[in-house]
Write a protein that binds this ligand. Structure first.
Ligand code: ATP
Ligand code: MG
Length: 401
């Protein structure tokens, strides 16, 4: 009697994948919130911060601004510096409380203040207190602890845009009027934009023009060192081919953005793992680049104003619909007007529309060139050189909502 062939148990693909080895030894070190012990090429700026905040150790409050383009280390140097100053103060028997507020997430005075109060009392109710009352609670908290407060308002332009400079003003004039103490609050404002120009004159008067840390885009060689450091922190020995670090530095140097370079490294590592190979090679980096540029797009899009987004949306929609390489400016403007209606916005003037075109061209999203024959006067042709129209319109739509 012929028996049935033995059923070989099917390998569990899930278990197989989950337990397969990885080139990464510490995924944590590739996280954007991770703070490395050393920050290559930012010593000078950390030293500058230390010089400016030195008086804070003697309870003299300071107000400082960090400014620089995307991914230049503004947030990470602020976190590193603030953690250090808290420890240094503690060794001297003083208390500095450090609170880091992301103003993109907390863009009103009340939300930002609530973030500060939650540092002292995580159960502080998120409703029922006015800004004035919350400031009073904060004053009491600081007095009770005999503490100084160092507030970082990260992406401060979002707060200023939405709520103006009232909170910043209140925090810089926080001294107890009765006892005429020095203000116990120091501020560190972080932004890609020129936030001082967004402050009203009374708030501005407490900021010195010299108290600005300027961060420049990283050069190719600086990015090389940053990526090299992450390879050592995050990957097993000899799993990342040296050329990969070169290639990542080359690619990311176009933006000078450390976040982008770390992202490429991380994605390249994942690509190697997916292929179950023990070595990250340049082909993985190229694959990572193809995948990552949509993320870069997103962070650049976040910097556009609403009508710039509407303009870009109109162009992308039109190109997608027509399936053409170019859309002329007249058609783009018509589609812009329709798009505005869809989003309950009043279309801006013709001149403003041209300004938006110039702005988004400046951000690198579109190219504008003179049209050939057969078009009237100022008509020009717009194209999206790098990014598929579909990706642009999806992402812009998300932001517009
Ligand atoms: N000098 C450096 N050494 C090591 N890692 C760095 C350095 N500079 C930045 N990074 C890393 O690059 C990433 C981006 O840095 P960070 O978040 O500080 O940028 P940012 O200037 O705040 O950007 P954004 O304007 O988008 O907020 C983070 O993962 C950070 O740890
Ligand atoms: Mg940041």
């Amino acid at each position: 009697m012929k028996g049935k062939p033995l059923q070989v148990p099917m390998r569990d693909v899930i278990e197989d994948e989950m337990l397969s080895s990885s080139v990464v030894k510490d995924m944590n070190a590739l996280d954007f919130d991770y703070i490395p012990e050393e920050l290559p090429h930012r010593d000078e700026q950390l030293r500058f911060l230390a010089q400016m905040f030195k008086p804070a150790l003697s309870c003299i409050s300071q107000n400082v601004v960090i400014k620089g383009p995307v991914g230049t280390g503004k947030t990470v140097i602020a976190k590193k510096f603030c953690k250090s100053i808290v420890n240094i103060a503690r060794k001297q028997g003083k208390i500095i409380e450090y609170v880091h507020i992301n103003c993109r997430k907390r863009s009103t005075d009340a939300m930002a203040l609530l973030g500060i109060l939650n540092h002292f009392d995580s159960r502080f109710p998120d409703r029922g207190f006015s800004v004035q009352e919350m400031l009073e609670v904060l004053r009491k908290q600081l007095k009770k602890r005999d503490a100084q407060l160092l507030v970082v308002l990260d992406e401060a332009d979002a707060l200023l845009k939405k709520s103006g400079s009232n909170l910043i003003y209140a925090l810089t004039r926080f001294s107890d009027e009765l006892s005429r103490d020095k203000s116990p609050v120091s501020l560190l404002l972080i932004s890609q934009k020129d936030v001082l120009s967004m402050l009203d004159s009374s708030a501005l008067s407490t900021f010195k023009r010299s108290n600005i840390v300027h961060l420049n885009k990283y050069t190719r060689d600086e990015l090389f060192d940053i990526v090299r450091q992450r390879v050592d922190l995050a990957f097993h020995r000899n799993t990342v081919n040296e050329e990969c670090v070169d290639l990542i530095a080359d690619i990311a140097s176009e933006w000078g953005d450390a976040r982008f370079s770390i992202e490429l490294l991380w994605k390249a590592g994942i690509a190697a793992d997916h292929q179950h190979v023990q070595m990250v090679v340049p082909e993985h980096v190229r694959a990572a680049k193809a995948e990552t540029y949509s993320i870069v797009t997103e962070s650049k899009l976040r910097n556009l104003e609403r009508h710039q987004l509407l303009t870009l949306h109109a162009i992308a929609k039109r190109l997608k619909k027509d399936g053409t390489a170019y859309v002329n400016t007249g058609d783009a403007e018509k589609t812009y007007a329709i798009t505005c209606e869809e989003y309950n916005e009043k279309p801006r003037t013709h001149t403003m529309f041209w300004n938006y075109l110039k702005d988004i061209e400046g951000s690198g999203f579109i190219n504008i060139k003179p049209s050939g024959k057969g078009h009237l006067g100022t008509t020009q042709l717009i194209s999206l050189p790098d990014i598929p129209a579909e990706i642009v319109s999806d992402k812009v739509e998300e932001l517009l909502r």
